[in-house]
Each structure stands twice: as structure tokens, then as C-alpha cells.
Design a protein around this ligand. Sequence first.
Ligand code: FAD
Length: 416
Amino acid sequence: MARSLSIVCVGGGPAGLYFAISAKLRKSDSDITVIERNPAGITHGWGVGYWDDVLDNLYRNDPVSAREIQRSTGVWSGVEVHVGGKKEAYLGGYGLSMGRQRLLDILAERATDLGVDVQFQREVRDLSEVANADLIVASDGLNSRTRQLFANHWQTDVEVGRNKYLWLGAYHVFDAFTYAFEQTPAGWIWLHAYYLDAERSTCIVECSPETWEGLGFHTLGIDQSIRLLEQIFARQLRGRALINQIHNGERLPWLNFRMISNNSWYHDNVVLVGDSAHTTHFSIGSGTKLAIGDAISLATNLAEHDDLHSALKSYEQQRRPEVAAVQRNAAKSMRWLQDLANHIDQDSVQFAYALSQRFRVRQPLWRYHLHLATQIAALRRVRRTVTSARRSRHARLRERTADPPAAASRQPAPRP
Ligand SMILES: Cc1cc2nc3c(=O)[nH]c(=O)nc-3n(C[C@H](O)[C@H](O)[C@H](O)COP(=O)(O)OP(=O)(O)OC[C@H]3O[C@@H](n4cnc5c(N)ncnc54)[C@H](O)[C@@H]3O)c2cc1C
């Protein structure tokens, strides 16, 4: 097994914190510091949607934090697709969701219990500040400054999405994952909305740049913009308020999605993980899943290889195929939504099916028939009952077979 390293993670998001936990579990005498620029308990962003495969992975790696994450997670059942005033359409399936802040709190506490030094409210401006580390983990997200320092080396590619999007909360609890497409005089605008907690939901608003400008969002102030969105989506929000988290500016923080990929993920003793290495469009909700997968893989490779270079090389080789597949789907999903005007002018049941298939390979015909059956309330209820029973069985099995990774201190280290 490799010698103990001194490691600094620049950025305390899911990637940095979960890597620190995973590395400590494998080598309890490693000296690991996570540096996060935000104060403890403060982050941007709302709910993190994920699926059972992520929870399975978390349980296999660290049942202690996995149980806490599961306790803080809500389940949404089924998908509703609303297109203007048309009759709504339904899709099957279920998903899991929890607040980003709660996720980070759980991970920071677990990391600290294991002996990681988590430093909040400290921004790394230059890598000379952490030059003593054997390994620097660039877990500083989409706009990673660490990545920018070696831009020529990574050969970063950035594809900028055309649509505008905005990450908000809402004081309305959506039981099903909800897509709501509304037509305005300036064009279509839509919500991706899902459960956040007992009182609130996550709402991502998306539209073309033409619609965005046509509705005046480039000139409207924050409160006016929120009121306008509440009017547009009043039906789905049941008249309840949207919540904006970021108030430092005159306008709402609309963004264009940026798909990041890198030709190389490590350079000397600096390695990219999570969003600094790759991003995936929010419409497929897989960024946190990939960040956690990176974290586990990097920690495992560091524990299994005697020299740093081999560990980093093996990490990159292991992670690339999964990341590439998810990014391909994310790109298809992003482009499909950018091309919405060419899909939406059809019967809502057909449209919902096309939406569900937007990044999938051709499906067998029975799936389409299942979709048609799902539009019938009684059959939809049957489908939900079957899905829910399957989910519960899966959860029980996962809990029974949970086993922490080899070696490593399973007990929390004493607090200093
Ligand atoms: C609208 C939207 C919706 C999304 N929905 C989902 C979803 O439903 N499911 C899902 O799985 N993913 C979702 N994602 C993606 C997910 O948020 C990211 O993929 C995930 O957070 C990546 O984790 P990370 O740790 O790599 O980066 P981040 O979460 O961005 O964390 C990076 C951290 O580094 C800190 N930092 C940055 N620079 C410095 C510095 N110089 N010094 C110190 N600290 C620094 C930041 O403050 C931040 O806390 C969504 C993203 C968006 C934009």
C-alpha cells in the first residue's frame, strides 16, 4: 500500500469533501485538508436530484454518511409533463432528492469526525499557498481557478449552451418530478421542478435567449423578474412564491450552461475531480453522482498504487468512460431542449414520450405501450405501487449488505 500523503482539496463541494472522507477511510493516517471559500452552512444551489445507483455507491463506500444522506432524502414518484393548457401527460419512474446544503453539512461533519481538517471561509488564490502538499485536489467546481492555472496543460474544452437557465426554490412541494412548459408572447419557457424538503421544491427555469430577452429579463430587476415568473407558472406553483437565494446584483443570476471537458485530468501533483474536470447539463442531474464517483475512484487508486503518477493515471483511465457516456447524454439532452420549438407542437402524450427519450437509444415498442397505459389513472396507480415496492425491496437489501471499505478506521477519530 502507498505511503501516507499530505493532501489539500481546494473546494469543499461534494467532490472535495467526499474524496477526503474516502481517502481517510482507506488510509486513516493521511493528512488531509479541505479548503472552502464559503462559510460553514452557506452554499449556492437548491436540491440535488439523484437515483438509487448513487445511494448504492455511497453505502458501499461509507455506510455512516450514506445513512445520514438517506435520512435527509425525499422520494419523488412519477413525472408530470404540463404543456400550456393542454391535458397533462405522465411518465413513470421515481427519483431521490435532497438539499445541497444538507448534503454538504453531512459530508463536512463526517470528514471532520474522520480527522480531516475542513477549513471554511478561506479562498485559495494561488497554489503557492498549498505548495507543501504532496497532492493538490482541484475540487473547486465549474469555474475552477486551479484548472485555469494550467489551462494549456489540461486543454479544456468549453461548450456554451444557448439557453438561459436559473436555479430557484419554490414554496410549493411537487410530489412528482414536474416539467411545466408555458407559452408566452415571447416564446416557450419551462420549469424543471422537484421535491426539496417538506415545504419547498427546487425549480430550474429555462428558455431560449430570444424568449429571455423578449420577456425583458435582461432589464427587469430581481423582484420584477420573480413576480413575472410567478405569474407565468402560477398554475403549477398553485399561486405560491418562488425563492431567489442570490441577491448580490441588480438582476437575477441567469446563466448559460457550460459543458466542460479536459484532455488531461492531472498535471504533476495536481488532479481535477468533479465539476472542475467535467460538467453535465442540469437536465440529466448527474453532476453530483460523477463527483462522488471521481472521489471514490481517486481515493481507491491512491490507496492501491505506490507512486502518485500511476495512481493519477489509473484514476483518469477508470473514470473517463463513465464520464464520457454521461456527457454524451447530457449534450443530447441540452440540444433537444435548445431545439424545443421543433418538438413541442404535438399531442402532449407524444411530446412527453419524446422528452423521456431525448437522450436514449431506440427503445423497444413495449415501452411506448407502457407509456400509453401510464396515462390511465388506475394503471398509473398500479405502476406506482409496483415501483414503490421494488424501491423498498432494493433499499432493504442495500441496508442489509452495507459494508464499509477495507482497512481504515471505521470509527470517527477523536475531535481535537
Ligand atoms: C441548476 C443546476 C442544477 C443541478 N442539479 C443537479 C442535480 O439535480 N443532481 C446532480 O447530481 N447534480 C446537479 N447539478 C450539478 C452539481 O451541482 C455539480 O455537478 C456538483 O455540485 C459538482 O460538485 P463539485 O464538488 O465538483 O463542485 P461544486 O459543488 O461546485 O463545489 C466546488 C466548491 O469549491 C469552492 N471553491 C471554488 N473556488 C475555490 C477557491 N479558490 N478556494 C476555496 N474554495 C473554492 C466553491 O465555493 C464550492 O463550494 C446541478 C447543477 C446546476 C447548475
